[in-house]
Design a binder for this molecule. Structure first.
Ligand code: NAP
Length: 312
């Protein structure tokens, strides 16, 4: 078992929601640690340009925004560490987070682990991951200069990333299972204006084809059931995300692997455990709203701790 460390607040995750909560907890002079398993920023660190975060009229890159938020939290005395929490437990009135490197104990916990890309779950996808199958346009589009790619999905991520990929690829086939997109109008209009994007509507990818690298995909028309092959050098999968809540099975058996319900203070069904951003049910999944939820949880955690210490 690793070293044992005591805090007032543990924040699990290192994206915008986590870092906003950290700014508030730090300013409230709570001993606070932010635990991130891989790299600070979460999904936003993979975003080349955020155009709708207020205060940046020319847009801001994910990594830059993350660095600014992290520096701001650290200025208020917040500790940040790379460690993956494997298990969270209650020990009387303390919460205990078991990381790979240490054990962290605190009065309150703010869950902000974010979400990971959802898989299509079709043959060939896992086998050819990293060999043409990707979940991040911003990261991998430059490998597809002058190549043909398929992008899958009809949400904001799919359309925004498909547009970004056109900067490199010579052709993007956007495969979506309906005729309507759920993405913002502004992205839909841009996609329809972009000559490099071809729409493949009412279609689903049923198989990724290729031996050592992606050579094509099999698509099925959802109404006729007819299948055909699209030749392609890459497949970008943008079919939504799944919250990183599986490790919470012992505390939230019904919600593990799903979004966590909270009250208006971002408190879960367990007193002193808060949830913010992409792990939270009903979140709008925007950087700006994640930051608002993080700030709310930071304030609410401070009030909750103060009330308890006063015997309330
Ligand atoms: P999303 O909004 O959940 O969209 C997922 C898309 O994938 C939907 O079009 C869905 O089709 C499709 N899909 C789901 N499962 C599928 C499957 N098995 N096979 C084929 N298609 C499948 O996910 P997202 O685009 O990643 O966005 C997540 C959240 O982040 C959203 O709230 C979004 O607004 C937000 N976001 C915002 C921005 C921004 O710039 N404002 C950028 C990125 C993300 P159906 O439409 O038929 O359900």
């Amino acid at each position: 078992m690793g070293e044992r460390r005591e805090y007032d607040v543990i924040i699990i995750g290192g994206g915008p929601a986590a870092l906003a909560a950290a700014v508030y907890a730090g300013r409230a002079q709570l001993r606070t640690v932010v635990l991130e398993r891989a790299g600070f920023g979460g999904q936003v660190a993979l975003t080349h340009a955020i155009d709708n975060y207020p205060g940046f009229p020319k847009g801001v890159s994910g990594p830059e925004l993350t660095e600014l938020m992290k520096a701001q939290a650290e200025r208020f005395g917040v500790e940040t560490a790379i460690d993956e929490v494997m298990r969270l437990e209650l020990d009387g009135d303390r919460k205990v987070a078991h990381g790979r490197d240490a054990v962290y104990r605190a009065e309150a916990v703010i869950l902000a682990m974010g979400a990971d890309p959802r898989k299509l779950g079709v043959p060939g996808e896992e086998e050819l991951r990293g060999r043409g199958v990707s979940y991040c346009g911003t990261c991998d589009a430059p490998f597809f200069r002058n190549k043909r790619v398929v992008a899958v999905g009809g949400g904001d991520t799919a359309l925004k990333e498909a547009l970004f990929i056109t900067r490199f690829a010579r052709e993007v086939a956007l495969v979506h299972r309906r005729t309507e997109f759920r993405a913002e109008r502004i992205y839909q209009d841009e996609v329809r204006r972009e000559p490099k994007i071809r729409l493949e509507l009412e279609a689903v990818v049923t198989r990724v084809l290729g031996e050592t690298k992606v050579e094509g995909v099999e698509v099925r028309h959802v109404r006729t059931g007819a299948t055909r092959r699209l030749d392609t050098d890459g497949v970008f999968v943008f079919v939504g995300t799944e919250p990183n809540t599986k490790f919470l099975e012992n505390l939230f058996p019904a919600a593990a692997g799903r979004h966590l319900p909270t009250d208006k203070d971002m408190m879960t069904t367990i007193p002193g455990i808060f949830a913010v951003g992409d792990v939270r049910e009903d979140s709008y999944r925007q950087v700006a709203t994640a930051v608002g939820e993080g700030a709310t949880a930071g304030i609410a955690a401070e009030h909750w701790i103060a009330k308890r210490r006063a015997g309330g």
